[in-house]
Ligand binder design. Structure first.
Ligand SMILES: NC(=O)c1ccc[n+]([C@@H]2O[C@H](COP(=O)([O-])OP(=O)(O)OC[C@H]3O[C@@H](n4cnc5c(N)ncnc54)[C@H](O)[C@@H]3O)[C@@H](O)[C@H]2O)c1
Length: 384
């Protein structure tokens, strides 16, 4: 247990700034209620930072502050410039790359762990109608996405003929080392949660690949088979990515833990968030051996920004995961208790059906973000 924990908070852009303010308020409440000291170091970053400062998407020294932190909490990045296009830096990377993908690579946050649960009371919003489509009892899986390489390795380029870009390449790097680390993490998670898939209670790790076409996936699957030998208590399962995109919606109960490469995981977890009520409910835990960064999986949603309408529950769920990760790492029961209190408070607000934002109940019954976040804080305050 530490006397004090250093928390770096990276608000980012758009609704990232708004939900990060709710994360901050929650961290301050937890500190006040539990007696844990949380030093919050807020670092402005993202597309707007780049537009205002011109050369970097976060301040000089931000890398070191993140490396030194006990844990990092991220809102979301991404902003458009005066021409309406996403702000891009001189090196061609999206402005906001450094706090998100940069941190994942530099701090070796090799596993992006995304719990996919449907809380009782969730109404799934489809074409403007809200109804329970997926039963909470059938949706309880963890998706694990490789987080440091694959198609997001940053390698590639544009080929220009005259003034026209005529070809572009993105190099997908899949290494044995990174594959093994993330696959082993998936098996460990299946063993640790122990409850298996909702359909049959069997511990199962599903490896999602396109090995019939892609070399990287052939290697990923080979490594999966090797690692699986160390876990005879866990069932092996392989799904081709395109078919999995259907199965995850039509038979989510079959899945316990799923593991896949970077871009497949990026896309599939946004898809799987539909089972949870949408991206406003989905949490991403970027975890390595020595560092971790927690975020909602959604982006900066510019059309929602500044309107007090963003769902704060994904960010508050991410804050709970951050506290739980810190608590387990440092054997601090206060923080583990805080994680449970936040998760119960979120579940309580969802079960009550109000106050909730428009993405969960429609515009007519929607409450502002700030009201939803305060309801969660009030419940946490009462239980801690
Ligand atoms: N990790 C990150 O920081 C991250 C992730 C994804 C996208 N982005 C960036 O975000 C910007 C916008 O991207 P996008 O529109 O494709 O994705 P987005 O996640 O911002 O929004 C997608 C859809 O989900 C809705 N949504 C997202 N979060 C919500 C919330 N909390 N409450 C209610 N509705 C919510 C939005 O209104 C929109 O309809 C882009 O610049 C993109 O690069 C950043």
């Amino acid at each position: 247990m530490k006397d004090a924990y250093d928390v770096v908070l990276l608000p980012g852009d758009g609704i990232g700034i708004e939900v990060a303010a709710e994360a901050r308020a929650m961290l301050e409440l937890v500190a006040a209620k539990t007696g844990a000291t949380l030093h919050i170091d807020e670092i402005t970053c993202g597309g707007r930072y780049y537009l205002e400062h011109g050369s970097r998407d976060w301040p000089e020294g931000a890398e070191e502050r993140c490396s030194a932190a006990d844990v990092i909490v991220l809102g979301a990045v991404g902003w458009a410039g005066p021409d309406g296009a996403p702000v891009t830096m001189a090196d061609g990377k999206m402005a906001g790359w450094s706090p998100v993908i940069g941190n994942r690579m530099r701090l070796d946050l090799y596993a992006n762990i995304r719990p996919v649960r449907c809380l009782p009371g969730i109404k799934h919003g489809i074409s403007g109608r809200f109804a329970e489509v997926w039963s909470p009892s059938k949706v309880d899986m963890i998706m694990v996405r490789e987080n440091t390489e694959g198609l997001y390795s940053g390698m590639g380029g544009m080929h220009t003929t005259g003034t026209q870009v005529t070809a572009a390449t993105d190099t997908r790097i899949i290494t044995r080392k990174a594959s093994e680390k993330v696959i082993r993490k998936a098996f460990e998670l299946s063993r640790a949660r122990g409850k298996g898939a909702p359909a049959d209670g069997k511990k199962r790790v599903t490896c999602i690949v396109k090995n019939n076409v892609l070399y990287g996936c052939k290697l990923f699957l080979e490594v999966y088979r090797e690692v699986a030998r160390d876990y005879p208590d866990i069932e092996q399962d392989v799904a081709i990515v395109d078919a999995f995109a259907m199965f995850v919606l039509t038979q989510p109960e079959k899945y316990d833990v799923c593991v896949t490469t970077n871009m497949f995981g990026d896309i599939l977890t946004d898809l799987a968030s539909v089972l949870q009520g949408g991206m406003g409910m989905a949490v991403g835990c970027n975890v390595g051996d020595d560092h971790a960064m927690f975020e909602p999986i959604h982006g900066s949603a510019p059309p929602l920004a500044g309107k007090d309408r963003a769902n704060p529950l994904a960010m508050l769920g991410a804050t709970a995961e951050a506290l739980g990760w810190l608590g387990h790492r440092h054997h601090d029961a206060r923080l583990i208790k805080a994680q449970a209190a936040i998760e119960q408070a979120i579940a309580g607000v969802v079960a009550a059906g109000a106050p909730l934002t428009a993405d969960l109940v429609g515009a007519d019954q929607a409450a502002p973000r700030s009201v939803v976040a305060k309801a969660v804080r009030d419940a946490v305050s009462a239980s801690l």
